[in-house]
Ligand binder design. Sequence first.
Ligand code: SF4
Length: 119
Amino acid sequence: MSTIVCITCPRGCTMNIEKAGSDWTVTGNACRRGRDFAIAEMTDPRRTVCTTVRTTFKSAPALPCRVSADIPKDKMFDVMKEISKVTVSKQLNRGDVIIKDVLGLGVDVIATSDLLTQL
Ligand code: SF4
């Protein structure tokens, strides 16, 4: 049995999860989303990455960005490393792609601010 804390909402339910044949037994969750999260944590844990990327603009040296969908948890630091290699030199809009299909994971790194277009 594993004990995990649900991070799906601020309530933070502590849940126990255990394999029961081909299914899972989850207790301690206050809603269905907790069960889904617990099973995903056991089978395919995923996380988002929100950070900043370097730019060439002196008045805005860092641009907020994130991945376009959750990625495998064990790839988070690899993706951060890829983002650290990039320097944005164009005036991107929110949602513009900074890195297409990062590490072949099927998700993009996208801008989450249009601050460069306001310089
Ligand atoms: S189980 Fe439901 S109520 Fe509890 S933290 Fe997760 S999402 Fe929130």
